[in-house]
Design a protein around this ligand. Sequence first.
Ligand code: AMP
Length: 396
Amino acid sequence: MRTIDGYNFSNKKALIRVDFNVPLTDDFKVSDDSRIVAALPTINKILKDGGSVILMSHLGRPKSGPEYKFSLRHIVEHLSEKLNADVKFAGDCVGKEPSELAASLKPGEVLLLENLRFHKEETKGDESFARKLASLADVYVNDAFGTAHRAHASTAIIAQYFPNDKMFGYLIAKELEGINKLFSNTQKPFTAIIGGAKVSSKIEILNNLLDKADCIIIGGGMMFTFVKARGGNVGNSLIEEDYLDVAEEIEAKAKRLGVKLLIPEDVVVADSFSNDANFKNSDASNIEAGWMGLDIGEKSARDLSRVIEDSKTIMWNGPMGVFEMENFAKGTKSVAEAIARATDSGAFSLVGGGDSVAAINQLKLADKISFVSTGGGAMLEYLEGKVLPGIKAISG
Ligand code: AMP
């Protein structure tokens, strides 16, 4: 892996693709700076080497051209404080102003470019736009894992203009290391836990994991398509009729490969989709008409926790139930706690995907998990076995 570690940035201008897509308050103050903080180690390493830094990012989803509310100008003050340095700002990312500011940048100085997505060429992956960005610097560093699955100008296309001077920053390197640990030299048994609403959005992950995991636990709304495919009664639970065949195929593939496919035996059912609904425990394959499964049951939570605790490698994506509602959050909580216990006993654990990460943070368990991925869509695509354009552009 080509990372910034083996490179001396002394007197070099480094163009870093960061993810500064941070939430802002109504008066344009940074309300959560975790993404800025996460990028500091990469920036500081380059400055410490005696290099200068040019930062580029997107912010929000501007429709066409510049929009004040999506200007990266809003974060200059916050970034300056965090870096303990005066951050210069260019009111555009290409053209005369950024070129002049970049040319006069001295070692130790930092320049932030305006929102890349103010130019439609960015998301289109336009080559001449990428070349203009590239002309600002000597070295290209990609440290934005969240956009690595996009073939945008700043995330992938630009790398070709730095054949010998392109590399990953610390953030991306850590994400790749974490995910690669699941797939190479994997400590066995490897248990993957997949939950969430729909089978349709998880088919490719399931297929890829079937070739790698020893055991796959299926929870969340998607379990009911599997239960129904097995001939069970699922009442009003979430079902994807069009995916009953897919569920059968996944079951058959698991059997063929000797992968244990564990589907919860009991569930918590409710008489409506609400935290105020009446609820009770039920056999997962015999749900009464008018009731719907909204969480895995107590027995399943216990059984699955045991499987998780006996695992040496664990991957979790997707909640076990409607964890946003307190009455249906227990299954997700017990799985999260089991993963934390397994990690404590030496297992490697990776948790990824918006909802599972939210659950881990809500339960204050983040520091008890080996790696919490912030990659979102990029992480899912990587787990699906896809080649990410932003990664390929640097690794080849
Ligand atoms: P996903 O984005 O596919 O990982 O799905 C996450 C969503 O699935 C969360 O908002 C959960 O509330 C929802 N979910 C989990 N279990 C169920 C269930 N049994 N019925 C309906 N929705 C569920």
